[in-house]
Design a protein around this ligand. Sequence first.
Ligand SMILES: Cc1cc2nc3c(=O)[nH]c(=O)nc-3n(C[C@H](O)[C@H](O)[C@H](O)COP(=O)(O)OP(=O)(O)OC[C@H]3O[C@@H](n4cnc5c(N)ncnc54)[C@H](O)[C@@H]3O)c2cc1C
Length: 504
Amino acid sequence: MAAGSPSTCGTLIADNGISVLSPGFTGELLRPGDDGFDDAAAIWNGSIVSEPALIARCRSAQDVVASVRFAADNRVPVAVRGGGHNVAGTATCDDGLVIDLTHMNEIVVDPAARLVRAGGGATWADVDAATQLHRLAVPGGLVSRTGIAGLTLGGGLGWLRRKHGLSCDNLVSVEIVTADGKIRTASDVENQDLFWAVRGGGGNFGVVTQFTYRAHPMGPTVAFCFVFYPLEIGRSVLKGWRTFCNGAADEACSIALCGTVPHEEPFPQSTRGRQFVAIAAVHCGPVEEGQRALEPLRHLGTPLCDLSAPMPYVDVQSAFDADYPNGRRYYWKSLFLERLDDAAVEVVLQLAAQRPSSLSTVDIWQLGGAMSRVAPEATAFGNRNAPWLLGIESNWIDQQFDDCNKNWAGDACARMESFSNGASYVNFEPDTDVGPQARDAHRLRLAKLKRCYDPENLFRLNHNIAPYQGESNPIRLHKRPDQSCNLAREQSSSSNKTGRSRSA
Ligand SMILES: Cc1cc2nc3c(=O)[nH]c(=O)nc-3n(C[C@H](O)[C@H](O)[C@H](O)COP(=O)(O)OP(=O)(O)OC[C@H]3O[C@@H](n4cnc5c(N)ncnc54)[C@H](O)[C@@H]3O)c2cc1C
């Protein structure tokens, strides 16, 4: 903010004090200069620094309602913070209001029903700790410190994606505060259109205060494979891995990573600083069966080192945490790949060798399995047919190298474009003008639902879907008893294999 030109939100609060928000608000309100403000304002991606005018640390859905009404009534910019890990830095904003759900991280597990209720500010570490007490798991992500909210709303790719689908595929319902300040439930039987939209449409439709997930029996120990090969033999390693993936059971889920061995334990001295192609994999079945199934991945060449072992599921879930400290500089890109043929492998290896930062990686995620068997129309998450996801992770420390690291990621994506369907994974997307969906059908339906639930685009500081403005009366809306708006039946062309998300 330029000195002497306070924002609308800043002015409002300067003129009226925080009492403009406080009626009924039971959480914590933080302004610049308050104790704890700087910590609360910081997000995971250190390359993005913003100063909100107010952070509303909510404790309840009613606190969220008060915050949303304040933002809507006063037309102040509003950002929503779950775990604060989105690479685009959308969990914060300059001069506006941050609705911060960090303290709303309660987890309630119903082991008999295998259902898990999680607050909108929970992390996967919260969920995994609570569910593993009952030997259950909800499909989450690969790093335990990420928020469940952003990850689930954008899809959610974790080790269980091939056996149990995406995080959003395991949603049973959400409690959500929409732009009109109402608390709604969205599920298969209530506000089905909204339920469709939040499963892949990101934070565009409101603030989710509670997620209810289906959980699955898991662990406590699973087979974990983590083997590092020298980049010099990367060609045969990646081809061998590709063959493995093509014949793998759904229980086996893997990722290939091209990077540089860190100068630290547990890596042997002789391997440190070497460029590698690593294969990480989890088998979510019985441990011995898993070890047998993953064994071929450990013999794709002579490894630099092999960290494979049976491991507690919660440890697997946090195995990569240390690679992503808060405050580092991050710029990630991604592409859903239609093929990983020999030509694509060559480009991947070249890109890996050209990384300007030893902290950066080129990753290829094995997709398929359960996530690909959900009909593309069943949820707002598209791209279920792509067999691979390319992740270009630019990770570095020094600001003076911003340009070369960002350019490398952008160029890398451009060079892989011809192997892709052109779509990126919204959760790995640093540019907010890239919306959640590449598919036109989803884009239109999402835009129409956005107009329905957030016509003023209150929730726009995200990978935004602009409210539909195409025709004067493009969609027939019918009001439900709870006054939510629903797209008329003809809007749904879904042939939902799962039967879980048919529109009303
Ligand atoms: C280290 C790291 C590892 C990752 N690993 C994976 C992975 O394995 N698999 C995967 O799929 N993704 C992964 N991601 C990407 C991750 O899914 C996104 O960064 C996601 O946005 C993080 O969610 P968050 O709640 O922490 O984000 P935030 O930055 O808090 O939020 C991101 C956006 O989500 C929306 N949002 C957040 N909370 C709410 C809410 N309660 N209600 C409504 N909208 C909300 C808002 O629009 C917000 O701008 C990883 C990211 C990081 C940084």
